[in-house]
Design a protein around this ligand. Structure first.
Ligand SMILES: [Zn+2]
Length: 256
């Protein structure tokens, strides 16, 4: 699943291709959007900004109209030069935006809606998002406040994935955060101190920013189950935790 750093990287590429350039066409090939008339509604409007919050991406057009996208599990933003071959089948395209030089394509991203800016501010799902770990104004206090409102018995590794607590963390970064802060991901959130919770997000924030810049740090535990811990040589373990039973990875020695 694309995490906050991946979405931010995509937003930068999409923005570089579209901002300041003439938009020649907008297409929504999927039958679900057949009657939405987005091409007509967006025709002639310039794109003002491309921004993100956690895993959500927003294309903000002139005249208070915003395209909101979330890639869920398998979506992808592609940016291609005109005539370049796409990495996925055109049948999987949900949105195609063309400029004289580029094609920007959203593939397999089932959350795609055209809304007014004011609605993005008041939309329940969006308003309920926790602070964005990659935002310049990320608030540790707001993160802690959200975390403390959550169920105290919930495994900490599960709480970190909940976008209402903190936005942008997915399975990779929750594994790395728990390792770097020496927290067993199964530990109940109520037994994790504020300092520990902050240590977890502070440890991954610079790494996620590195990733936005295209530098991918080697994981300590993510998908390293059965292999020796790089710190203590104990074998890394893996197992599903939390409501969604998504696979967590941890070192039983370093994170006991
Ligand atoms: Zn270890």
């Amino acid at each position: 699943m694309p995490e906050g750093d991946t979405i931010r990287k995509a937003a930068r590429r999409v923005g570089d291709a579209l901002l300041g350039n003439e938009i020649v066409s907008i297409e929504t090939p999927q039958p679900r959007h057949r009657f939405d008339r987005w091409p007509e509604r967006l025709s002639g409007r310039a794109l003002r900004a491309v921004d993100t919050h956690g895993k959500h991406l927003f294309l903000r057009f002139e005249g208070d109209l915003t395209l909101h996208s979330h890639l869920r599990m398998g979506g992808l933003w592609g940016v291609y030069r005109r005539g370049e071959r796409w990495r996925r089948s055109p049948r999987r395209a949900w949105l195609v935006i063309r400029t004289p030089d580029h094609e920007v394509v959203q593939f397999d991203g089932p959350v795609l809606e055209l809304v007014t800016d004011s609605r993005t501010r008041f939309d329940q799902r969006l308003a309920g998002l926790g602070p964005d770990l990659l935002a310049d104004d990320f608030s540790e206090e707001r993160f802690l406040a959200r975390l403390r409102e959550d169920d105290r018995t919930r495994p900490f590794g599960d709480a970190l994935l909940d976008q209402r607590n903190i936005a942008g963390i997915g399975n990779i970064w929750r594994a790395e955060a728990c390792f770097l802060a020496a927290i067993d991901p199964h530990r109940p959130t109520g037994e994790v101190s504020n300092d520990e919770a902050l240590a977890a997000v502070r440890a991954i924030q610079p790494r996620m920013r590195e990733s936005v810049e295209g530098r991918w740090p080697e994981p300590w535990v993510y998908r390293r189950d059965g292999r020796p811990c790089k710190r203590c040589r104990t074998l890394i373990q893996a197992g599903g935790i939390g409501d969604d039973n998504r696979t967590a990875y941890w070192c039983p020695e370093c994170q006991s």
